[in-house]
Design a protein. Structure first.
Length: 195
């Protein structure tokens, strides 16, 4: 697995030349997120949601020869939490989205855009706490790595500020428990400011 990741990183670096790197438009993003955790066992499905926040950095690179189309990637930290029945759950993830982004300029100030593509998620920490006892969910229940497929859309103002909305569906089984499947999907709404 480490060799595949290293090879992918080397290929990515080789593809991006100094000229194309200069074309990357950087932005800071932050907003509200909601994680939906769905568990299925023995024909019974149970779902719950954890609300939270996210923040990170995005880079958008236009594709040469294709007007209004680019690739947007980034690194985003997300924290989700829920508290009920005396139990407090905290989920911390590092997400790496890689999306195709198509822009529709409406006039000189306003525009609309659509996004689609995968997000690679790495679980940093996941805990349940109740009555002073803490359980590490990555040791007992959940897997750390997930690939999500997502779509999104939004409005841009003055080519600086974006209002963004998106949803990412978890594709991999996140359960470590035999006979149980689990998925984690994200809804996110927020702002991005381009530099």
């Amino acid at each position: 697995m480490k060799k595949i990741i290293t090879l992918a990183a080397v290929l990515f670096a080789a593809i991006i030349s100094v000229n194309s790197f200069a074309q990357i438009r950087w932005s800071a993003t932050a907003g509200f997120g909601q994680a939906t955790l769905s568990y299925k066992s023995g024909g019974i499905t149970v779902s719950g949601t954890d609300n939270g926040i996210y923040a990170g950095v995005l880079g958008e690179m236009p594709l040469e020869g294709v007007q209004n189309l680019g690739i947007e990637g980034g690194v985003i930290y997300a924290w989700y939490m829920d508290k009920k029945d005396g139990m407090k759950e905290n989920l911390h993830y590092l997400n790496v989205p890689v999306k195709a982004k198509y822009s529709f300029p409406l006039d000189n100030q306003f525009g609309f855009f659509a996004l689609a593509g995968p997000t690679f998620s790495l679980g940093l920490s996941a805990t349940d706490k109740k009555d002073g006892a803490s359980t590490d969910l990555f040791d007992s229940a959940l897997k750390r790595f997930d690939i999500k497929l997502g779509i999104g859309a939004g409005f841009s103002y003055n080519d600086k500020l974006e209002l963004r909305l998106g949803y990412d569906w978890g594709l991999l089984n996140q359960s470590q428990v035999s006979g149980t499947t689990a998925s984690i999907s994200y809804l996110h709404i927020g702002l991005a400011y381009k530099f």
